[in-house]
Ligand binder design. Structure first.
Ligand code: DAH
Length: 329
């Protein structure tokens, strides 16, 4: 009996020392500790011993079993922690995986740039509703009743009195009615037009409205401000021109064109904004004394500004959300 025990302990020790894989540990566990394993077999042998010997060997067997068990668990733990270590065996000097971070939409970047320039000139930023009334969108801005923009063909009417604003100018009227001059405001936002969609026009686009009302505001201040703006945005060498124009809410009115010349193509003038001195009728209609105050206003297209700066020739691409386009900025 003693020999048998010694032999089993010897075998166990050499097997456990050489165990290098998870399933070898499982084999050893089965071979020695399972219900039909070698240790259970030894306990079976006990039955054949005499009454005197039984307690002595019983005790020895129990002790041996506990010891082997402890050794087994120790080796197993050792093995597991080593293997865990190797799975954490990272090279921390390797470059990390590239994460694709989103970027600001290019229209938003342009808007931020525009806001920054005007904030530097002391303008504050306001906004107004996209669902607008005919009253603010047209009437308060001196549009005659039969103006083509008031037609369903050009404007998305929601009902007889409400529409999706066709420009950011109605916020001018809202500001004049709610704020005492001086007013020095920038109003960015979405505008909607019921137009055939093409490379040049989309049913939705973005504008930035500007409004400055104070005592003795002059046309020279308007041009000075817009030239400064164009140089800041397009660069010192930008070629621009002021072209006389007409808007119901400004008098005199003008449009500003920028010279656009993509490499290898013939250049041409492209309009970026409309502007003018706020019509005294508009000041009066909205509660500002036109004898005391004058003002200028302008409205520029964010898509147009972006297209010019980056040489983009199709407005629809801003709204496609094609990552190949968006990723370039
Ligand atoms: N609201 C005009 C448009 O959408 C643009 C515009 C022209 C705005 C002249 C102005 C302005 O404030 O003075 O076409």
């Amino acid at each position: 009996m003693l020999d048998k025990i010694e032999q089993i302990v010897k075998n166990f020790n050499s097997e456990i020392e050489n165990a290098t894989q998870k399933d070898i540990f499982e084999e050893i566990r089965n071979k020695y500790f399972s219900r039909k394993g070698l240790i259970a077999e030894l306990f079976e042998d006990l039955k054949q011993l005499s009454k005197d010997e039984k307690p002595k060997y019983g005790q020895l067997l129990n002790q041996t079993k506990n010891e082997l068990n402890a050794i087994f668990e120790k080796y197993l733990e050792n093995y597991s922690s080593k293997n865990l270590e190797s799975s954490f065996n990272l090279d921390l000097t390797l470059p990390s995986k590239k994460k694709n971070l989103g970027t600001k939409h290019i229209l938003n970047q342009t808007l931020l740039e525009i806001k920054d320039i005007f904030k530097g000139l002391g303008f504050s930023i306001y906004d107004g509703p996209e669902l607008e009334s005919d009253y603010y969108n047209f009437e308060a801005l001196n549009f005659p009743k039969d103006h083509p923009a008031r037609d369903m063909q050009d404007t998305f009417f929601v009902n007889k009195n409400f529409l999706l604003r066709t420009h950011t100018s109605p916020v001018q009227a809202r500001l004049m009615q709610s704020t005492k001059p001086p007013i020095r405001a920038i109003i960015p936002g979405k505008v909607y037009r019921n137009e055939a969609i093409s490379a040049k026009s989309y049913c939705l686009f973005h504008q930035v409205e500007g409004l400055f009302i104070d005592k003795d505001v002059t046309f020279a201040e308007l041009t000075g401000t817009l030239i400064y703006f164009a140089k800041q945005y397009f660069g010192e060498n930008v070629k621009y021109r002021f072209r006389p124009s007409f808007f119901p809410f400004t008098e005199p009115s003008s449009e500003v064109d920028i010279w656009w010349q993509p490499k290898g193509k013939t250049g041409r003038w492209l309009e970026i904004l409309g502007c003018g001195m706020v019509d005294p009728n508009v000041l009066e209609f909205n509660g500002i004394d036109s004898e005391e105050y004058t003002g200028y206003a302008f409205g520029l297209g964010i898509e147009r500004m972006t297209m010019l700066k980056y040489g983009i020739d199709d407005i629809r691409i801003f709204f496609d959300n094609d990552k190949r386009f968006l990723k370039q900025f």
